[in-house]
Design a protein around this ligand. Structure first.
Ligand code: VGL
Ligand code: ZN
Length: 199
């Protein structure tokens, strides 16, 4: 069995969203086209409470892009995004949601962020995605989505660690590039870890 993992194709990561990824919306039609090539389609959904501690708004003396310590980990502060139940947390309306077999939410614990679709950043709690893919006898996963230098990267790295043959569709990913070159570095890091980058 092979699975397609759609990472965070939500309005807040699209142009106009609160944590907009440049050209993020261009990924959606590519995701739709690829769906028919896979046995199983899963999606991750960033799903934060209003007071999530990755939000700069929760740290009055800090600004977006600065770092704090959260759950003993370095945490970049983001604008409020993907708040549970808001439009920004919804999947893009053009995404073929009928084809998605299961959705895994992440970032629900206010005290720890979760870039990977498999685990929180402290690797303490599973979202259930890994167990689900194993139950379904999935051997190979293909990852695409947003953002290439955060959630896509950590999802692909965890997929390799869990023993899945892991591919990434580069033209179906876009990144934040908080620092110039972050996206290119993310692709190199994934490749070095064993992710097969498909151009
Ligand atoms: C993401 C930053 C914060 C992502 C989610 O989906 O890449 N990035 N939350
Ligand atoms: Zn988030």
């Amino acid at each position: 069995m092979n699975a397609l993992i759609l990472v965070d194709l939500q309005y807040d990561f699209m142009p106009g969203g609160s944590l907009a990824v440049p050209e993020g919306d261009q990924v959606v039609p590519i995701a739709n086209q690829l769906m028919s090539d896979f046995d199983l389609i899963v999606a991750t959904q960033d799903w934060h409470p209003t007071d999530h501690q990755s939000f700069a708004s929760q740290h009055p003396d800090r600004k977006i892009g600065e770092q704090v310590e959260l759950a003993g980990l370095e945490q970049i502060l983001w604008p409020d995004h993907c708040v549970q139940g808001t439009r920004g947390a919804e999947f893009h309306a053009n995404l073929n949601q009928d084809q998605i077999d299961r959705i895994f939410t992440k970032g629900t614990d206010r005290l720890v962020d979760s870039y990977s679709g498999f685990y929180d950043n402290g690797h303490q709690k599973s979202t259930g995605l890994g167990e689900y893919l194993q139950e379904q006898q999935v051997k190979s996963v293909t990852v695409l989505g947003l953002a290439a230098d955060y959630c896509v990267k950590w999802t692909a790295l965890d997929a390799v660690k869990l023993g899945f043959e892991t591919r990434l569709i580069q033209h179906a990913c876009r990144g934040v590039n908080l620092s110039p070159g972050d996206v290119d570095r993310a692709y190199r890091e994934m490749q070095n870890a064993g992710v097969k980058i498909i151009e």
